[in-house]
Design a binder for this molecule. Structure first.
Ligand code: ZN
Ligand code: ZN
Ligand code: FE
Length: 759
């Protein structure tokens, strides 16, 4: 018997080849009816017998296109309408509706094949794409997602492209950014003054310049990169000097996996991430025989590699004898500034750094940095969630009283907007310490509000009064008369980890929140916090014994000063044989001592990040840093896996004490125990102490679940050890998988807390 069925599909179902898929599936199942895009998703009506309808729904659920993500399928019976065929019909927009937008996706295997096929009409065309791949978020100006609302609006399709675009059975059916050499964007090469080459010749010329050690700014998908030959030590050093970036590692791009394997050890899970449709930068263990210039990632044990994610990158890296198969591909900016993406601005800002430019005329609407990821126990462990992931929504596991804006933190900022059960965590904004970054924060929020039709009714901000993100939130709350929720930084970390794991409103858990710095409820700087709580509230059950941080934020750049402050606090002399003491002049030490004694601009801190800094300095690893976390990373890099001894941390009723730990550490330093052993004893001791704290809390409360969040958890050595020991004690451990453990995850935690606490 013929029956009628109406189907509504919600999720990422537009711009990903969903309607052609529905069309083909319906025709193959001998169904009649129609499919259309609406501003709320995809609507389908089908007529057919029960078996065919069931088969169709099964296909919908299990064989949808790779880039789609189905959140919900609603079906309802309708009268049989006597359609004669199955058709794709015109889109319809409903006021206030929205559909999630696909992130930018790396080139798919089909397009890649065409790119290198001399018989194809898009042979070597650097902007080849289809419904399964290509730019999305970075070129969308507004929704519904149609070509006129993208930065492709200025390119009129040629008849050939139009035919493909109109054909439901073509893989470029309604592929909004589709283009070809006849009608689409083009590349050219310039030294900044003259246009030296065009089209394929431009890419060829860029390669010639790279070969001779030049630095080339390359306009990519979500912004500009600065490229140079990664095996040319001179070129890499030059790039570092010009970019004014002394030590922070550069990202690398290699043509294929085999090349990456020449430089790094790649596990099966890491390989999956490298080739995933996101193509993130994956942090990989460096091989000792790698020929990458040391300056690309000084003192690092890991290298950040990605595969070419656009056709332009593939052509730029195409193998050829005498041409390096690895390029440095670092974000196109001066250190500290956001990545350049607007052509005029990029030319001006990058002129002092780049010798030449490889440009194209497809405008970038939203800048998107490369994502950075690693793995933990075979699963994704994000470090920076941006290109390929944002703006895909995450499920908000708690019911919200309305739309919320979470403004995020100061460093590694992201913001988050919510609507219904969706949390839209933004792409990586950066460190909100200058005007340019603040601007991209503000325009980013406006853009997300427009795309997802969100008008926040509540605003969540960090407790820190001076964060630019906090001030933005406060000003908006005042101007628009919105309710504001102030969220303690480490509570936000805890909530972020819970939301990341999809935990709904819950019984209290133990939060091991190990972080750089965050403003505490008592006005001091927190960061080594053992919290007990959930979304709705928390108790600060244990914390690191506070010690002075002379100069506040200035101390962060000088681990040596933090080390001396820790010694002073514990009543230990500044022995002249200690590395941090040697690294400061006697005048600097005199000033520091009086600053400590008179407590001038010297907040108290319980920060675990600062303890790492102090230990790194005392052990002689690093006295001054040029980027956040550097001292800790270099200390971790020295870790000796064969050392099993550990420093003992003592606990009192609510503090992790430092005095006796410090004595053990100093005894080792004075006996010239090798740094790798000291590093291992510190890491081992911390892991043991953290588990001891959890055991103590469990014995008092029965709580079995432990959440690990905060920037210190980027330390894989500490993470692996602590997780293992928690397993051995029977705890359930929650770690991040979708947003970073660092401050990039704060905005998600803020909105989850706001949603749970607003009445
Ligand atoms: Zn494709
Ligand atoms: Zn064309
Ligand atoms: Fe933090």
């Amino acid at each position: 018997m013929i029956q009628g069925l109406h189907v509504l599909v919600k999720g990422i179902v537009q711009g990903v080849g969903f309607r052609p898929f529905v069309y083909t599936t319906a025709v193959n199942s001998h169904l009649t009816g129609w499919v259309k895009n609406t501003s709320g998703g995809v609507e389908i009506e089908i007529n057919g017998d029960q078996g065919s309808l069931d088969n169709f729904l099964h296909e919908l659920q299990y064989n949808a296109p790779p880039l789609s993500r189905i959140d919900d399928i609603q079906t309802s019976p309708v009268p049989v309408n006597g359609y004669s065929e199955f058709r794709i019909i015109a889109s319809e927009a409903h006021e206030g509706d929205f559909v999630p937008i696909s992130p930018d996706m790396s080139i798919c295997p089909d397009c890649r094949r065409e790119l290198f096929n001399p018989a194809d009409r898009r042979y070597r065309y650097p902007f080849i794409n289809c419904t399964n791949c290509g730019p999305r978020f970075s070129i969308i100006r507004d929704t519904p997602y149609d070509r006129p609302k993208t930065t492709m609006s200025g390119f009129e399709m040629c008849p050939d492209c139009q035919t493909e675009y109109d054909n439901p059975l073509d893989r470029r059916f309604h592929a909004q950014p589709t283009a070809c050499p006849v009608c689409g964007p083009q590349v050219w090469f310039t030294d900044g003054i003259h246009r030296l080459a065009e089209k394929d010749d431009a890419i060829h010329t860029a390669r010639e310049w790279l070969k001779t050690g030049k630095i080339v700014a390359v306009k990519g998908l979500g912004g500009y990169h600065l490229a140079c030959d990664a095996e040319n030590a001179f070129a890499v050093r030059k790039l570092r000097n010009r970019k004014k970036r002394s030590d922070k590692p550069f990202a690398l791009m290699a043509f294929d996996l085999e090349t990456i394997r020449e430089h790094c050890v790649v596990s099966a899970e890491e390989e999956d991430l490298l080739v995933s449709s996101q193509h993130p930068v994956v942090l990989l263990e460096k091989r000792s025989d790698s020929t990458i210039a040391e300056d690309a990632a000084p003192t690092q044990k890991r290298l950040g590699f990605m595969l070419p994610y656009t056709p332009l990158h593939l052509l730029l890296l195409e193998p050829e004898p005498g041409f390096s198969r690895v390029l440095v591909m670092t974000s196109g900016n001066m250190s500290e500034e956001p990545i350049a993406y607007v052509d005029t601005d990029a030319k001006e800002r990058l002129a002092p750094i780049a010798d030449a430019f490889l440009l194209h005329d497809r405008p970038i609407h939203m800048r998107v940095d490369d994502s950075v990821v690693t793995t933990h126990r075979g699963q994704l462990y994000p470090v920076r969630r941006s290109r390929g992931y944002a703006p895909e929504s995450l499920p908000l596991p708690v019911k919200s009283p309305g739309m919320i804006l979470g403004c995020g933190a100061e460093l590694k900022n992201t913001f988050c907007l919510t609507r219904d059960q969706y949390a839209f965590v933004s792409h990586h904004i950066g460190d909100l310490e200058n005007y340019e970054t603040l601007q991209s924060f503000e325009t980013g929020i406006e853009h997300f509000q427009r795309l997802f039709r969100i008008q926040p009714e509540f605003i969540a901000v960090d407790l820190h009064p001076d964060y630019l993100a906090t001030r933005y939130g406060q000003n908006r709350a005042q101007d628009e008369h919105l309710h504001i929720v102030q969220v303690q930084h480490h509570h936000a970390h805890l909530a972020s980890c819970l939301a990341d794991n999809g935990v709904a409103a819950c019984d209290p858990v133990i939060g091991l929140i190990l972080d750089g710095t965050g403003f505490g409820t008592d006005g001091t700087i927190w960061g080594g916090e053992v919290l007990v709580g959930g979304y709705a509230g928390f108790q600060r059950r244990f914390h690191l014994e506070p010690f002075p941080l002379p100069g506040g934020d200035a101390a962060i750049r000088n681990p040596a000063r933090t080390a001396l402050a820790l010694l002073w606090h514990s009543g230990v002399d500044w022995n002249i044989n200690l590395p941090p003491v040697i690294s400061l002049t006697s005048e600097e030490r005199t000033v520091l001592r009086s600053q400590l004694e008179q407590s001038i601009n010297t907040p108290q801190t319980s920060s675990m990040g600062r303890l790492f800094d102090a230990v790194s300095a005392l052990a002689g690893v690093r006295q001054k840093v040029s980027y956040e976390g550097q001292a800790a990373i270099e200390l971790e890099n020295q870790f000796s896996p064969s050392e099993s001894n550990e420093y003992i941390f003592e606990l009192d009723s609510d503090q992790i004490l430092l005095r006796s730990f410090l004595e053990q550490l100093l005894a080792d330093i004075h006996q010239d125990v090798p740094i790798p052993v000291i590093s291992a004893r510190f890491h081992n001791g911390l892991a043991r102490m953290l588990v001891a704290v959890c055991l103590k809390i469990r014995s008092e409360t029965g709580i079995q679940t432990v959440a690990l969040s905060g920037g210190v958890w980027q330390n894989k050595t500490l993470l692996t050890q602590t997780h293992k020991r928690l397993d051995e004690e029977g705890f359930t451990t929650l770690v991040h998988h979708q947003v970073p453990a660092n401050d990039g995850g704060i905005s998600l935690g803020q909105v989850a807390i706001a949603a749970s606490t607003i009445k």
